[in-house]
Design a protein around this ligand. Structure first.
Ligand code: 13P
Ligand code: SF4
Length: 352
């Protein structure tokens, strides 16, 4: 086995099939056979191309399943854990199954490795809502206020900010500043939720940008109706869900508003058997795979950007590594921009 490589269990087909069926609830034999064939090719190519696969929890189940369960992902996680896993990976090449800002972040933090994004169309409505110039204009309007950027931003925006945060560490980062005023970009709903939950505690004024997530902004009356129809279920809401939904739902139903990893931890610790998920639909598959004895229901809204990444274009990316075609999917960044975007990211990691 080469350094940095995970060995594949000889029983991998059985393990993958069991996990896939647990996560999806069932599929056709034809689809399963196609997936097993693709997974096998990916296992071989990862060894041949000295590559690691990092997969976000919003990826389809076939990309989320880790090598320990017969799948292709060396690490599946939220945006913070994936950034850190990228720095620790021993392979020379990282195939990032997530969206562009995440692959860019892995590249910024690990410049000694090549980072590949299987489809350049995998963007993010939050990242696309703001530019570095917008941040500069906000600074002029609010002189002295530190700028915290959610990790869901492009490198060019990050480079203009003081510190980055993820959904997991946002509170800790906000509390690390003594300034009474903070600029928080780009998610207005996450900002409003932070103010609602922690505003009194920190006594800080948050200046917000008008960005939103096209997935989480859709959790409105649909979640409220589900809680009324399923009164015994507890509710799981991401920070990016509109604050009006969060307040009205959590006023009447037990549950949590938090990051993806907060949601996973909450389910693990709760004795409830049924949950209503207010986050990306494939996180529901993650939950079903991790907690097979609990039930998860959801309005099931998918992130169209995340779904630009498929097992087919992941396989294609691996085939292209080391050939003249590899630049098609390689994250390439001006060195000065990489250096400037690294500074606020490093501050976040040091504080996390
Ligand atoms: P996490 O930081 O929880 O991984 O979320 C990323 C994201 O894109 C949420 O929509
Ligand atoms: Fe961006 Fe929302 Fe998709 Fe996350 S779910 S990548 S925030 S558009």
């Amino acid at each position: 086995m080469r350094p940095g490589k995970t060995s594949i269990n000889s029983n991998w087909k059985k393990l993958f099939t069991e996990k896939y069926l647990q996560m999806t609830g069932g599929t056709s034999d034809e689809k399963l056979q196609t997936l097993l064939h693709q997974v096998e090719e990916i296992h071989e190519l990862k060894l041949e191309k000295n590559a690691t696969i990092l997969a976000h929890y919003y990826m389809p189940p076939e990309l989320q399943i880790e090598t320990i369960d017969g799948g292709v992902a060396d690490h599946t996680g939220d945006s913070l854990s994936l950034s850190v896993a990228g720095t620790k990976a021993q392979a020379a090449n990282i195939v990032f199954c997530g969206v562009k800002f995440m692959a860019e972040t892995a590249h910024i933090l690990s410049d000694n490795k090549k980072v590949f994004l299987p489809n350049a169309l995998a963007g993010c409505s939050l990242a696309e809502s703001i530019t570095g110039e917008d941040v500069k204009r906000m600074r002029l309007k609010h002189p002295g206020a530190p700028v915290i950027a959610y990790i869901n931003t492009n490198a060019e925006t990050k480079a203009e900010c003081d510190i980055i945060c993820t959904s997991r560490n946002a509170i800790k980062i906000a509390n690390s500043f003594s300034s009474p005023e903070l600029i928080f970009v780009p998610d207005k709903y996450m900002g409003q939720n932070l103010v609602h939950k922690f505003g009194k505690e920190t006594n800080k004024k948050f200046i917000l940008w008008d960005g939103s997530c096209i997935v989480h902004e859709q959790f409105l009356g649909n979640i409220k109706n589900m809680t009324m129809a399923e009164p015994e279920a507890e509710v799981l809401l991401h920070w990016e869900v509109p604050e009006q939904t969060v307040t009205s739902v959590l006023n009447t139903t037990k549950g949590i508003v938090g990051s993806t990893s907060d949601i996973l931890r909450y389910v693990e610790e709760s004795s409830a058997k049924k949950f209503i998920l207010g986050s990306e639909c494939d996180l529901g598959a993650t939950l079903k795979g991790k907690f097979p004895n609990k039930q998860f229901i959801s309005p099931c809204i998918y992130c169209s950007y995340m779904k630009e990444i498929t097992i087919s274009n992941t396989l294609e990316t691996l085939q292209q590594i080391g050939t003249p075609m590899e630049t098609e999917k390689l994250i390439i960044m001006d060195e000065e921009l990489r250096r400037r975007a690294f500074i606020p990211l490093k501050r976040m990691i040091d504080l996390s």
